[in-house]
Design a protein around this ligand. Sequence first.
Ligand code: ZN
Length: 260
Amino acid sequence: MLIKSSSIRKEMRLLTDVHCHLTAPELEGKLRDIIRDSLNSGLKIIVTSGLGYDDCLKALRISDYRLVFPSLGVAPYQLEGYEKVLDLIEKERNRIAAVGEVGLDYWRGEREKWEMQKSVFEEFIELAKTLDLPIVVHSRSAGKYAIEILLKHRVDRVIMHAFDGKAVYASEAADKGFMFSIPPSIARSPQKQKLVKKLPLENLLLESDAPVLAPNPGEVNYPKNVRISAEWISRLKKVPLEKVVEKTYTSAVEILGLKV
Ligand SMILES: [Zn+2]
């Protein structure tokens, strides 16, 4: 019997993208195609993250709550107007899947503003705790410090996205229940490959971070590429692909508290 090449097995129809930016200028005007491709590729959940007030409003506007869910945050290196984002999160609490991305960026942020980054991060952490929402954390060249702050505040629903720090810090955080979402750039990142080898499957999630972190440098990334993250996890952990897809799906539903 012939099997249609477009048919995907049921277990593979549980792909999740816990972090991307569907409102990014690179994806402007492509939303319908992206949604269609994502559905055809077996995606079940996409969390699109707003960065700053205007982008957060857009994220809310494009969310359909069937496939696309919003999360609201601010880039740590561009904090102007962050108070409005805090207010918006409070106001829209029942319409959002997570707080974030928020966090620390010591790579792009000027050193004089690192203290400011920390205190704003702490405000978002406290709000996520008060509202009982998970928090998606950006931590570029600052993984160790971001984890320290999160542990100090005793946050229990954390998604460390595209973590670029040492696997040993990640492993300590995973022991405390932190989750780590793995982008398709794992294909070209020995650091991400090491991270996946070190962490248990129970602490891993899939993300695209579209339009960035594509498997090949310089390419525009799309949510459907989370499949590449899943394939790498499967290969590195020697676990069947279906199992990776299923486990990351149940973990995503659980941490995001989605009713699916
Ligand atoms: Zn991002």
